[in-house]
Design a protein around this ligand. Structure first.
Ligand code: SF4
Length: 450
């Protein structure tokens, strides 16, 4: 289970009445990409208004708030916080006034050279109010000598290295840009007479928008009243889409980089079984993220697919101390095996990934506690050996279990009867144009100067 990250969601709406409500629906559909905070900025042509709050989309906004956010263009963001960094100051969109007027920005990804850029800006006198890389962009845009906003944005983008999908809202325009390697997804849809952009296409489905195309790596699209969207190619580079979007981050009903996430995940499961079969009685997923992968394993193996573990979707913090100390209470609150189903059975448990291994260990122990005779863990991605520098908050190398232990040592640590990962070759087979994907956390080949 890939835990933690800054996958985040961005949305933009242009040329549509009630743009804030559509942004809200887009963010609602993309809640899985970030639950820490949410924000929407709206322009009515004269000024930009912003609402931000901590928590889920359904908690941050209400009807009255959205009613007040009147305007025909909007951007929004769901934030997935990194540990210890959950201040409301770090919620997006970021809003600023500068020489050309007002600007709001929302951002998914990160900039590996952010510290160096920030230091340069501080040396020139810039004052920062958050710890977000995104704030660098505000200063770079404000300090640019270009006359037009679009040129200032391009000026800023040319000074940052990294993985980003960005939306910018001025009083009269919307800009949407994807980094030159296209790590993070960003797509365009048509809605009424206007447009919508979003990190994932599931946002369009809920808002009633019709998918048009992906924004290309190194492309910025400018939306302006009375004009067709204008495409500006600001950088050319080899595409390096994040393969983890397909493995885990995106919702299975999204189309990602031109492929169905659900189909890719089932394919990963099928390939996993072809490579690493085992004698067993049933296949069960770690819910919910690994369900499509496990369906693929089941289809390839002919073994029955069973929902052997039920996930409680309503988990919050527990304020009542249990009467006696319950081992692994945190995992048990969330995941509950069906004893009558797995008792005495040889179980193949399918997960999308292993990072630290602590949750996997608890899941194996839970299945054994509920009577499973054998537990065979199958991971529908290769071993994560290297950290991510492109916006996903993986632990450092020392904390990645596969970096410290061999596969059989990990199996021993998990107390699993067997463990197998998908090979990198099989992962490449599961997607179209594998050479266009980033695999750095598996193979350590990075694309920037570390
Ligand atoms: S290193 Fe891994 S998580 Fe990071 S962008 Fe590349 S594939 Fe995605």
């Amino acid at each position: 289970m890939f835990d933690g990250g800054e996958k985040c969601a961005v949305v933009g709406v242009f040329g549509v009445k009630s743009s804030a409500k559509l942004a809200y629906l887009g963010l609602y559909a993309m809640q899985h990409r970030g639950q820490e905070a949410s924000g929407i900025s709206v322009s009515n042509g004269e000024k930009i208004s912003t609402i931000k709050g901590r928590g889920l989309v359904s908690m941050v906004y209400d009807d009255a708030m959205l009613e007040k956010l009147q305007g025909e263009s909007a951007i929004g963001h769901n934030r997935y916080s990194t540990a210890g960094n959950d201040s409301i100051l770090d919620a997006q969109p970021i809003f600023a006034r500068y020489a050309l007027g007002e600007l709001a920005i929302a951002h998914n990804g990160n900039f590996p050279n952010a510290q160096a850029v920030r230091q340069r800006l501080i040396d020139k006198g810039a004052i920062f109010s958050s710890s977000m890389d995104t704030e660098n962009l505000i200063h770079l845009i404000a300090q640019s000598h270009q006359v037009k906003l679009r040129q200032r944005i391009l000026d800023a983008l040319n000074q940052v290295d990294g993985a980003y999908s960005l939306v910018f809202l001025s009083r009269s325009k919307l800009f949407a840009a994807r980094d030159p390697r296209g790590f993070r997804p960003l797509s365009i849809a048509k809605i009424g007479d206007g447009y919508m952009v979003a990190s994932e296409t599931c946002a369009f489905d809920l808002a009633g928008a019709t998918f048009v195309r992906d924004i290309e790596p190194g492309e910025m699209v400018v939306f302006e009243n009375g004009k067709e969207p204008e495409s500006i190619r600001f950088a050319a580079s080899e595409p390096k889409r994040c393969i983890f979007e397909h493995i885990y981050f995106a919702r299975p009903d999204s189309m990602l980089f031109g492929e169905s996430v659900y189909d890719v995940r089932k394919g990963l499961g099928r390939l996993l079984w072809q490579e690493k079969p085992v004698e067993a009685d049933m296949v069960i997923p770690v819910p919910d993220s690994s369900i499509p992968h496990a369906i693929g394993v089941s289809q390839a193996s002919g073994l029955p697919f069973e929902l052997g573990i039920i996930r409680n979707h309503y988990v919050g913090r527990t304020f009542i101390e249990p009467l006696q100390k319950i081992r692994d209470l945190k995992v048990k609150k969330k995941l509950s095996p069906i004893r009558s189903l797995i008792s005495g059975k040889r179980v193949v448990i399918v997960d999308d990934s292993i990072v630290r291994g602590t949750t996997s260990r608890k899941i194996v122990s839970l299945l054994k506690e509920y009577g499973a005779k054998e537990v065979h863990m199958r991971i529908a991605s290769p071993a994560v050996l290297f950290p991510c520098f492109y916006g996903i908050d993986t632990p450092n190398k020392e904390e990645l279990i596969a970096n410290n232990l061999t596969v059989s040592e990990i199996a021993d640590y998990l107390k699993a009867d067997s463990l197998a990962f998908l090979s990198i070759d099989a992962l490449k087979k599961a997607v179209h144009s594998h050479e266009d994907f980033c695999l750095s956390c598996f193979d350590g080949n990075y694309f920037h100067n570390l």
